[in-house]
Design a protein. Structure first.
Length: 443
């Protein structure tokens, strides 16, 4: 059937119908991207967009950086595939570089291609190290991936069809700094939640817990930051109950929050750290850092055919060097401070903006229907997203777990100030339009 087709657009329509991950009939507003450079992307109709999502917050270094492109091409010419029983020079160099920039005393590293698989690697490492433990604990609203096990470790999606085959995790509550429970302050909510977590570990776990995994700032679960006292309290509980602390920095690592690692903001001392996204410069790459006493994989525990894909490793090596050379964490801190200040000013004029979140370029606004009740405004947020895209700026949305009230501003960390300022101007306009059309603030 396809052989009778001669022009590309028809093939594209058929492709939309054929893709397993498309809704039936395709999504009319879904763009087909053909090119990217820095913070810009172009679609197949020649439209240019400012990409404030960095493609799932992965292009911390803007797209098409010559240093990464050259490294990937050079590696492709030399060797594209080596099974994990062999080393490549770039693998060894990247391993040495990663442990040199790791927070705390994490001095062992393993690589794989997806954040989800890196989380699985971390879980396996924890279970290897705690052979008698029964559980792994996770936080409510956490997100750790889309493999069978990491979906289970994440906030359970309504209508999750896979639960039958998923491992069970011990789910622990988390404090909420924006919507603390029962009218408490954020600090009181944190204290109360820590006390409940202790109770569960003491009385509710039926067996010991190998590890607790959580994100230092929850990304897909709603940009939920925690206070330093929460992180301190959790570390103390981990030590008291013999649990390894796994910090998932897949989204927060490599400068996104204004430091190389979000862990640095809070003095976190993880036993195992998971990284991904930004490390690959647009190539699939992820992995795990661990303290040497926890580095105990046995042969066959964690070998994937393409797990150390040489082209990704070479691209990752060039990317991490570039992130250091360009001091992208500092760029993220400066841009983030600027964006946050502008958004706070907008908040004084736009009743839709309930909260402004950062740090660094992990920026978002939480849209509310009513400032007093903080009722989330997901329909309005989706409208802001659509109208901004039509004006050439792609913001991030948060559709996960019905928390669709966030608009995320998380471009590459080397975005120019003019570009960032333009994105915020568009957001300002679009918020005004949506407020007018939805009657926000006049009810
Ligand atoms: C915190 C966190 N962990 C793990 C993952 C899974 O990464 P991947 O989609 O590369 O499998 C993600 C992806 O969004 C993430 O944000």
């Amino acid at each position: 059937m396809t052989s009778t087709l001669t022009d590309t657009p028809d093939l594209h329509l058929l492709g939309r119908e054929a893709l397993l991950h498309e809704p039936a009939g395709g999504d009319p507003e879904k763009l087909t991207l053909v090119r990217a450079q820095g913070s810009l992307v172009w679609d197949d109709r020649g439209n240019e967009y400012l990409d404030c999502t960095a493609q799932a917050w992965s292009n911390n270094l803007g797209a098409g950086d010559e240093r990464v492109v050259e490294a990937a091409i050079a590696q492709t010419r030399e060797l594209t595939h080596a099974r994990p029983t062999f080393h490549t020079p770039a693998l060894l160099e990247l391993a040495a570089l990663m442990v040199s920039i790791a927070p705390g005393d994490l001095n062992r590293v393993g690589f794989t291609l997806h954040g989800s698989m890196a989380v699985e690697m971390a879980l396996k490492l924890a279970l290897r190290n705690r052979p008698d433990a029964e559980h792994v604990a996770v936080l409510h609203d956490g997100y750790h991936g889309r493999s069978i096990a990491t979906m289970a470790a994440s906030w359970p999606h309504p209508g999750n069809a896979f639960a039958r085959l998923q491992p069970r995790f011990l789910r622990l509550p988390r404090p909420d700094l924006f919507r603390p429970r029962l009218g408490r302050t954020a600090e009181e909510d944190t204290e109360l939640t820590l006390a409940i977590v202790r109770d569960i570990l003491e009385k509710g776990a039926e067996g010991s817990v190998a590890a607790l995994i959580y994100e230092p700032i929850q990304g897909n679960g709603g940009h939920n930051e925690f206070s330093a006292s929460w992180h301190r309290g959790i570390r103390e509980l981990c030590d008291e109950f013999g649990m390894l602390l796994i910090i998932d920095e897949v989204q927060t690592g490599f400068g996104r929050t204004g430091r190389m690692w979000a862990s640095e903001h809070y003095g976190l001392d993880p036993d195992i750290l998971v990284f991904g996204k930004g490390v690959g410069g647009g190539f699939p790459l992820a992995g795990v850092l661990a303290k040497h006493e926890h580095a105990k994989f046995l042969a066959g525990d964690d070998q994937l055919t393409f797990g150390q894909f040489p082209v990704s490793i070479a691209a990752g090596l060039a990317t991490v060097k570039a992130i250091i050379e360009d001091d992208l964490p500092a760029r993220a801190a400066e841009h983030g401070a600027y964006a946050t200040e502008r958004l706070r000013e907008m908040q004084t004029r736009h009743p839709l903006i309930g909260d402004v979140r950062s740090p660094g370029l992990m920026v978002s606004i939480d849209l509310v229907r009513d400032r007093a009740t903080k009722e989330p405004a997901p329909a309005e947020a989706h409208e802001v997203f659509l109208r901004a895209q039509r004006k050439g700026v792609i913001f991030g949305e948060s559709r996960y777990a019905n928390l669709g009230s966030l608009i995320k501003i998380k471009p590459p960390l080397d975005i120019s100030r003019d570009q960032l300022s333009h994105a915020l101007d568009v957001l300002d306009d679009v918020l005004g339009d949506v407020e007018r059309d939805y009657g926000t603030g006049v009810r």
